[in-house]
Write a protein that binds this ligand. Sequence first.
Ligand code: SF4
Ligand code: SF4
Length: 342
Amino acid sequence: MITAEELVNQAINLGYDKCGIIPLDALSGYTEKLTKRILRFPETTGRYQKLFQLANPKESFPWAKAVVVCSFYYGKYRIPQNLQGYIARYYLTDSRKNTLTEGYQTSVDFERFLCSQGFQIAFDRDFGIVPLRWAAVEAGLGIFRKNNFFYTEKGSWQHIEAFLIDQPLVYQNTHSLRPCSNACTLCATACPTASLCAPYAMNRNTCISDLTTWSGWDLDKEPLNKMMGDWIYGCDACQDVCPYNKHAWTGEKESKSLEMIAPGISLIKLIEAEYSWLEQVLNPLLWYIPKNKCWRYKTNALNAMRNSWKPEYMPAVRRACQDEKAQVRRMARWVSNLVSQE
Ligand code: SF4
Ligand code: SF4
């Protein structure tokens, strides 16, 4: 059987930045963390309740003995200028379902490698089979910062994956990362919706990353719509201002899939996009919005237009008032009426 060190080395050879292996017990502290989060934000109880099972994978996988946790650095990719500040970088470089990406290939190769070594494994590429940031911190790959993101020496631009294995291997990493200074409030101050209302405390219900994807379906009625600014899918504000991210995005590498979709994206282009393009080209990349609700990209773009209004948007907004989807027509009329009154 392969040693823990050999396994970790292979993860890094295949493209991960860091890798560690922890016993399942190391996840147990997550229960307390989740409980505290729910007590702090009781309105989010329903959304967090299902996450408790992540702290105890033994219930679903009694054979599991350890968690292999890996981080993939996505700050290496060049983000086309026209996408910056509109779509969060995690989603632009999201490799979970994008088979064209290096991250996807690394993940598939490592999964195959583990199987080829005789491990029984369990893995959920989309959302993780354990609390991913928690596992990464426990494995010594990095730390939590006050904006809740997981950081390594390369900043917060890390995608984490974890695999349950049936062997009791352990590999603990060390790092020399310094914690946030007590005085720093840059991330909380930068949060447009005050979702990040205290160190290590974020209200998921008011976070723009949530309001542009899983929730916020009726943006014309959403109390925070104005505060959402230009964001149309996700938000990077609390990461962008962080001093520990200052030189963390190197952006030296081209991402083929990003270069492919970038020319099709601007606020005007989005609200005028063919639904077939949204479904076949954009949705596989920005997949939190269900394929049968691709009108959502348009209503998000209309909200962003309203928030930084330019007169040249008006012809496109008027055309959107005739869109084939009722949700888009309603949002476009709302924007058109509002800006006419302002
Ligand atoms: S992602 Fe945006 S909205 Fe969410 S906590 Fe960070 S700054 Fe606030
Ligand atoms: S902005 Fe300041 S407080 Fe927030 S995560 Fe970065 S260093 Fe920590």
